[in-house]
Design a protein around this ligand. Structure first.
Ligand code: ZN
Length: 394
């Protein structure tokens, strides 16, 4: 049987055919042997793979996880990712679809090409107004009509790439959290697009997704805060594109606020692409995943709560306002297709209604009564789980 050779060292230790059979039986795309890309010298995915792998290792080190993990790229154009812990191999696997790279890059470069978006960064005078970005949702896949539009300002172009990379890390760390927090039992495939949609399971599913998002936000913040925009603020000689880092830093500064700004835009951007749909009391528990807008609201409050420990109430409030700004700015650049018309109106109505409170209460209750103690036993990370709330009347 053919051995897997995903990585440059070619040390695949599970059978490619066996894994593909496993994935196919679950309706997933097949694994593609990434060593092909080394052979034909395709730097896009291999470099991205190296950056993601390095930061994955860093996240595991920070949370004192000793188990082995591996990133695998799926030959699929969807904005999708999944996590797998299987008896087929020792390593825990994080699958990322090739589509993620291109969709995210296209989306964030299109945003940065608009002179009305994130106007404090670089020189918006170099770009011209164009049509709005068309978001076409199909399960989790999205395309835009501004293919190939990039900013003529090098700083803005650089920032677009930085946002796309941060968003990719969001997907990676979301899947990582599913695995390190023990969301799936052994041989559970946690796919973002094909998980069974049984309504009784939905509340639990939504709660786990919120936990995965929350883990992703904290992991990214912790790494970025130690990087060039954070507490350290040091640019090491030999950093690629050092002059672009400097010009972005001239726009954003160093510290909590700049990290929150980058993370907020990346995070809100990802959620914008996750099938925005109308939201109401009647459908709030629908789907295997929470409505993307609710995920964004929760992720914003997690970020705010997390930065409070570094910068107090002021930083917490600023972080929250960065997510609001990102939301307003991104949505004003987008033209949602017919099926998503009225999404914003329904969302605003929802968050001001009792239904929103009820939704939060049900998820909190599920966390407290069903998930917290179970995950506490299962998790392999030293990072703490969110503390469950006490009295809940819902
Ligand atoms: Zn998930």
């Amino acid at each position: 049987m053919e051995k897997l050779g995903w990585l440059q060292d070619g040390k695949g230790d599970i059978e490619l055919i066996e894994l593909n059979r496993y994935l196919k039986a679950r309706g997933e795309a097949e694994v593609f042997d990434i060593s092909f890309f080394y052979d034909v010298n395709q730097p896009i995915i291999t470099e991205t793979h190296q950056v993601l792998s390095k930061n994955l290792e860093e996240a595991l080190r920070q949370e004192q996880v000793t188990e082995k993990f591996r990133i695998i790229w799926l030959m699929d154009d969807q904005l999708n990712a999944m996590a797998l812990q299987t008896v087929l191999c020792e390593e825990r696997l994080i699958f990322i679809n090739f589509g993620c790279y291109f969709i995210l890059m296209n989306f964030f470069q299109s945003l940065m090409a608009s002179p009305t978006f994130a106007t404090t960064i670089g020189n918006v005078g170099l770009d011209e107004m164009g049509p709005k970005i068309e978001v076409v949702s199909n399960a989790t896949a999205v395309v835009t009509n501004r293919t190939g539009r990039i900013s003529k300002c090098p700083t803005r172009y650089f920032f677009g790439g930085l946002l796309a990379t941060t968003a990719l890390h969001f997907l990676l760390f979301h899947e990582l959290t599913h695995l390190v927090n023990g969301h799936e039992a052994l041989d559970g495939l946690s796919s973002e697009s094909t998980r069974q949609d049984y309504s009784t399971q939905n509340i639990k599913g939504h709660t786990l997704e919120m936990d995965a998002d929350s883990g992703a936000v904290i992991k990214i913040f912790n790494q970025m805060f130690q990087g060039v925009f954070g507490r350290g603020g040091e640019l090491r000689a030999g950093t690629p594109n050092i002059e672009h880092y400097y010009s972005v830093r001239d726009s954003l500064g160093i510290g909590i606020q700049s990290v929150c700004k980058i993370l907020s835009i990346a995070m809100v951007g990802v959620f914008t692409l996750f099938n925005p749909r109308r939201l109401g009391k009647e459908n709030m528990f629908n789907g295997s995943h929470p409505n993307a807008f609710l995920r964004q609201v929760m992720a914003g409050s997690v970020l705010s709560g997390h930065v409070k420990r570094y910068g107090g109430n002021g930083a917490a409030e600023e972080a929250l306002s960065e997510t609001h700004i990102a939301f307003r700015d991104i949505y004003s650049e987008i033209d949602f297709r017919e099926q998503s018309k009225g999404v914003m109106e329904s969302i605003l109505e929802f968050i001001n209604s009792d239904a929103f409170e009820y939704y939060n209460c049900r998820l909190n209750k599920c966390w407290r009564d069903e998930l917290h103690s179970l995950l506490k036993q299962r998790k392999i990370s030293k990072a703490k789980l969110a503390i469950p709330k006490g009295e809940l009347n819902c």
